[in-house]
Ligand binder design. Sequence first.
Ligand SMILES: C[S@@+](CC[C@H](N)C(=O)[O-])C[C@H]1O[C@@H](n2cnc3c(N)ncnc32)[C@H](O)[C@@H]1O
Length: 249
Amino acid sequence: MICCSLHFECTRMDLISFLKNNLFMQNLAARMISAVPCVVEHNIEKYKAIKKAMYLTALEQLPGDYLEFGVFTGSSFVFAMHIHRKLQYLSKHPTKFYGFDSFEGFGEVQEVDTHPFYTNDTFRVDANKVISNIKKQGRGCQIELVKGYFDESIKGRSASSMGIEKSRVIFIDCDLKAPSAVALEFIKPTLQQGTILIMDDFYSYKGDPSLGVCGAFEDFNRSFTNVEWRRIFDYGYGGAAFILARAEP
Ligand SMILES: C[S@@+](CC[C@H](N)C(=O)[O-])C[C@H]1O[C@@H](n2cnc3c(N)ncnc32)[C@H](O)[C@@H]1O
């Protein structure tokens, strides 16, 4: 043991002295890491967050569906279907994949959601192209894509009227407080002990917990009396994931 740690110390000292004498190494690392675009780094972490949630819920044999609010080009949605296929050997329950998006961006941004980056044109896409790619990539999966602004497509509608009884993994990725609040209200009856809720951009709006996705989640939790969420991890550039540890009876 002592021998081992001495050896480790030696190699660490060797490495430190090598680095001191070869500053090009630190320059190279700085150049390489800064060359990776932040959005790429964040999206890789987003995939890993979905992978963890799908794995953990498969291990628990949690029934229910995957619900994504904010699909955009479908990158995270397609990833969720791919990882589900890989993990199917672990879980006997079928999972349907529901995606909700206007595919036209945010629509009119409410004053409370004003933000320098979340502006209406940022997320307009060719819906037909995205939908057909999702269907192609998700061959063998049950998929339902609901196109429209949440105020029109899900507000005031019950999840069960769309065939959603229980949620396994929910991914809220619509950036703003107003649509996140509509999505959370919609999923409320589908929650069960073990549902994993992933929220992107949880620390936006300079970290103000009353704004953005976090603000919607805080308000949502005030409507419960006997529910316990446990944070299971943070990911990427400001995402957070929670598990419903105790659901209201
Ligand atoms: C950050 S993108 C989603 C990214 C996607 N999950 C991914 O990782 O590839 C946010 C999406 O939320 C959608 N969105 C935001 N507000 C919405 C609303 N009120 N109704 C419908 N869709 C909305 C936008 O159209 C946009 O496509």
